[in-house]
Design a protein around this ligand. Structure first.
Ligand code: 5GP
Length: 206
């Protein structure tokens, strides 16, 4: 069976711990590559340009859109975020799974363009735990936290459009679960049509 590279979209409410989860997944398994998005928001303490995000101006972001340099983009709480095209296409053609940690509007754009994509939504163990994690992170003002929680209520409506949900309670268990889900998704018949047809043809030639 020839393993094709897939796009794995990972979404989840702000503060749910997607970033930590994805960094851990990449560290443990070398078959995944994490896409670095472009954003117009400012870096948080500890974030580096080119590692967490490419931090760009509004003008640079608009230029990227005009040049067709993004495979999707969306607005999120006062800022723009988008996925650079080249990295994703290069990794897919090398047979490597590319993880896009993006919000729900972007996820929908990806599913339209890449019906093969696996859409995964990371859930908190409870709503109050989510709020505590956002406050505990200490990187956003009370006003921004409120906006992000409001956005979570809106995003909660779209979770059924995803293929899988995982609960981020124990980091270790959650990383393993995500890996198992991706592995299982690779085995779906519709993602292996070429292989199935090869065997069918071989059967006729027996
Ligand atoms: P944060 O500011 O907390 O890093 O990210 C805010 C939201 O934007 C998160 O839900 C994150 O998943 C999403 N996001 C990050 N990069 C992208 C991107 O390239 N495209 C889209 N559509 N959403 C993104």
């Amino acid at each position: 069976m020839n393993r094709k590279g897939l796009i794995i979209v990972v979404s989840g409410f702000s503060g749910v711990g997607k970033g930590t989860l994805m960094k851990e997944l990449i560290k443990r398994y070398d078959r995944y590559a994490l896409s670095v998005s472009a954003t117009t928001r400012c870096p948080r303490p500890g974030e580096e340009n080119g590692r967490e995000y490419f931090f760009v101006s509004n003008e640079e972001f608009e230029r990227l859109i005009e040049e067709n340099g993004l495979i999707e983009h969306a607005g999120f709480v006062n800022h723009y975020y988008g996925t650079p095209r080249k990295f994703v296409e290069d990794k897919l053609s090398d047979g490597i799974d590319v993880i896009l940690e993006i919000e729900i509007q972007g996820a929908r754009q990806i599913k339209k363009q890449y019906p093969d994509a696996v859409l995964l939504f990371v859930m908190p163990p409870s709503a109050i735990e989510l709020k505590n994690r956002l406050i505990g992170r200490g990187t956003e003002s009370a006003e921004v936290i409120d906006k992000r929680l409001k956005r979570a209520k809106e995003e909660a409506v779209g979770i059924e459009d995803y293929d899988y949900i995982v609960v981020n309670d124990d980091l270790d268990e959650c990383v393993q679960k995500v890996h198992q889900i991706i592995d299982a998704a690779h085995h779906a018949p519709f993602r292996n049509i070429d292989f199935i047809n090869t065997i069918r043809n071989e059967l006729f030639e027996l």
